[in-house]
Design a protein around this ligand. Structure first.
Ligand SMILES: [Zn+2]
Ligand SMILES: [Zn+2]
Ligand SMILES: [Zn+2]
Length: 756
């Protein structure tokens, strides 16, 4: 008899794959075994059934996914039956640990069924659902390698775990009230003894209190989303005056009452990844203005853990703010001792299961009907991306550390790239430490212990660049620096399976080859190399970064190209003096700085132009969070009729941004509608960039857009329409971040294609 060994690689651990193989084999009367072998699954069957493999692939459990299957003939052995046998630890294969999965319908039914033994149990899970990545510290995905290891199964759970007909057969995260984690509620650091801690939390939320809730991959601060007093208290405690809060609603029906959704948005909001989806708000909604000040949209998610469902089941409030619990700038808090001592919260609802991999909520937005990640984290990390088969890649391991803000890192091995969960702003020490420990955890899971190439951004002062240097020196690895916008371009090309394109890269800050701040660039790019073809007109930033925080300084600088000193002084002192922190004195200093070119950075950033229009139209005068001024400009423009036109001009292969800003300000002072001017200036800038790309495209037939500016729905649409009208192909990010969350991915792709 011929025996066969089958090795399966992909998402095959922690998703009920072995039980599935077991059932299939029994159905087909096949003998042998299945086991986890390091990062892959090994199946041995006692005969060569062709349709076994066919069925294996076609009838997969919903969360599982197969990358490769390899088959070998092996020598004869005797089996009495088909078994799931113990895992063996080895470093074979590429591990794909599944991401965390929202509670499934069956488990949800159980926690709502008063006759079920898991009635109201907040950690209910099965092979189809529950935490995965956030609780694992090593591969394979067995209970022993997760933070569930602390909770030995009770007899009832063990019966389910061992019963091949049960939904929980070999479910590694299963548990119950008798054997699993427990939930408790604290007031500051004092435990409150109540029968139902979740009910107590709901009561306090109803009274306007702030409750920290430890969930699957992290901790939220929850507040009643309709209670303006409670929201303002939260803003004060977080020192977060303006930034919008994301909300969690009871169900889709609730969301429909306040937000506009198309079918794709509905699908993603209901998906088992349960990201936060940015949706346009309906005009009449019951939320107070302080929930999302100045914005036309709102970040919305549905419950994903049993804790959330139980919270809504006890509550008559249908929507809560659910914002990450962290000290501003620091990573989300996940340790119980930190949660109960968190000053911002009045109460904390915690549990005794450890979170091993902190995983913030993912955030997505649709533009031109395609999805883009703003943050790709819980529910998606650490799922890998495949490198396009079009590229010749080297068979070596790469660690790419990303930029400075909004960082993810990526590990590349063979033809796969594993971007990490969201790490955050690494100019904060605690976040930098989180980055280091997250690298260690992912290396453990992937069983990677050395690299051939370490990659960083070109910016010499980024902490990630310095860390990359340290790692490279310590282990004597080769080191590579990659220009920021080239990394954006490479992630876009791979996302669209393309060799080359002319790329419009628009964002806030990227270190340029000339050491200036780039951010409005037209590049020719393939994955190996790039060429800067054109850009926005360079502008001066008086005092450097402070012009980003107070964009009226940027406005002064841009207008200085269009007016002489006396004219400009008059405009600034008449119309904008209040927006300068030190009034007319500051205006005098800036004017003389501009005259003498003193203490200036040079930037081609698209973000700075949008900020200047925003402040010029009286929309936003201080940036209190990233992207604030341009996001509010987009919101003001939302719903415009397109009645105004602001022309653009291109000189010396640069888009003249000064004239766009000047025209916008003039129209504003003539009393034209702010909405129409906001829309017309976004359109002018967008079409100007598109025209600049087309003029430089020559023999390239595809134009793509990348960078944080392309979260802006209107700008994305103007450029797409302009590009298509001129008979070029248009590409944008579909499955990756348009913003800096994809920089490490792009860096890794470029590194993998570099010849030694
Ligand atoms: Zn389930
Ligand atoms: Zn149990
Ligand atoms: Zn960027």
């Amino acid at each position: 008899m011929v025996m066969e060994k089958i090795l399966v690689e992909g998402i095959v651990q922690g998703v009920g794959f072995r039980p599935y193989v077991y059932r299939l084999a029994n159905q087909m009367k096949i003998k042998g075994y299945v086991k986890n072998l390091g990062n892959i699954v090994e199946i041995v069957i006692d005969s060569n059934f062709e349709n076994f493999k066919e069925r294996l692939v076609n009838e997969l459990p919903s969360i599982a996914d197969i990358n490769t299957i390899k088959t070998f003939n092996i020598s004869d052995r005797h089996f009495d039956d088909f078994k799931i046998i113990k895992s063996s630890d080895s470093s074979i294969g590429n591990s794909t640990i599944p991401p965390d999965v929202a509670i499934c319908g069956e488990c949800l039914k159980e926690i709502r069924d008063c006759y079920n033994r898991r009635y109201k149990y907040p950690f209910n899970a099965c092979t189809e659902c529950g935490p995965r990545f956030s609780i694992i510290d090593n591969a394979p995905y067995d209970r022993i390698n997760t933070s569930m290891n602390k909770f030995p199964l009770c007899d009832d759970c063990l019966d389910e775990y061992e019963n091949s007909d049960d939904r929980r057969y070999h479910g590694e995260a299963i548990c119950c009230n008798n054997c699993g984690p427990e939930i408790s509620i604290y007031s500051k650091s004092k435990k409150i003894n109540v029968g139902n801690p979740i009910k107590k939390a709901v009561e306090e939320l109803g009274k306007g209190k702030i409750v920290a809730i430890k969930g699957i991959g992290g901790t939220h601060l929850a507040v009643n989303a309709y209670d303006d007093k409670a929201i303002n208290k939260l803003r004060e405690r977080l020192n977060r005056p303006n930034q919008a809060f994301a909300v969690m609603s009871r169900d889709l029906e609730t969301v429909k009452q306040y937000a506009i959704m198309n079918e794709s948005e509905k699908d993603i909001i209901l998906s088992r990844q349960r990201p936060i989806v940015i949706l346009n708000k309906k005009k009449n909604n019951d939320f107070p203005d302080c929930l999302t000040p100045g914005l036309h949209n709102i970040g919305v998610m549905l419950p994903y853990s049993p804790i959330h469902y139980l919270l809504f089941d006890e509550s008559n409030i249908d929507t809560y703010i659910m914002t990450s619990a962290n000290i501003p700038g620091e990573p989300m808090i996940i340790e119980n001792k930190d949660i109960i001592n968190l000053e911002m919260a009045d109460y904390s609802l915690i549990h005794n299961r450890e979170i091993i991999n902190r995983c913030d909520d993912s955030v997505v937005r649709f533009r031109n009907d395609e999805l883009s990640f703003i943050r790709r984290s819980r529910g998606y990390a650490p799922m890998p991306y495949k490198i396009s088969e079009k590229y010749n890649i080297n068979d070596f391991n790469v660690l790419a550390l990303g930029p400075e803000l909004d960082v993810t890192f990526s590990i590349a091995t063979e033809n796969l790239i594993y971007p990490s969960q969201h790490i955050g702003n690494t100019n904060n020490l605690k976040t930098l430490n989180f980055l280091k420990s997250a690298i260690n955890n992912l290396e453990n899971i992937l069983k990677i212990d050395s690299y051939d190439l370490i990659v960083s951004d070109k910016h010499p002062n980024f902490f990630t660049t310095k860390l990359a240097h340290q790692i490279a020196e310590k282990y004597d690895y080769e080191f590579l620096e990659i220009q920021h916008h080239h990394a954006h371009a490479a992630s876009l090309l791979n996302d669209n399976d393309l060799d080359e394109a002319v790329i419009i890269a628009s964002d806030g800050v990227g270190y340029g080859d000339d050491k200036n701040i780039w951010g409005g660039e037209i590049l020719y790019s393939d994955v190996k190399s790039y060429k800067r073809l054109a850009s926005l007109e360079p502008q001066l930033m008086p005092g450097g970064d402070i012009s980003t925080q107070y964009p009226v300084r940027m406005l002064a600088s841009i207008l200085s190209k269009q007016y002489n000193k006396e004219e400009l002084e008059k405009i600034l002192k008449n119309d904008y003096v209040d927006l300068f922190k030190y009034g007319s004195e500051e205006i005098d200093v800036i004017l003389s700085q501009l005259e003498n070119n003193f203490n200036m950075n040079i930037t081609t950033s698209t973000g700075r132009v949008l900020d200047s229009i925003s402040v010029g139209l009286g929309i936003c005068s201080e940036r209190t969070y990233e992207g604030e001024c341009s996001m509010k400009l987009e919101s003001v423009a939302y719903g415009a009729k397109g009645e105004l036109d602001i022309p653009f001009t291109i000189e010396n292969n640069q888009l003249n941004t000064s004239s766009i800003v000047k025209d916008a300000i003039n129209l504003f002072h003539k009393g034209e509608s702010k909405r129409e001017i906001a829309a017309a200036s976004q359109k002018s800038l967008a079409e100007g960039l598109a025209e600049l790309a087309i003029r430089n495209a020559k023999n390239v037939d595809t134009i793509g857009v990348t960078g944080g500016v392309f979260y802006n729905e209107a700008i994305s649409k103007y450029i797409r329409d302009y590009v298509l009208d001129n008979s070029y192909n248009f590409i944008q990010h579909k499955n990756t971040c348009a913003g800096d969350g994809s920089i490490s991915l792009g860096q890794a792709i470029i590194a993998k294609t570099k010849k030694e």
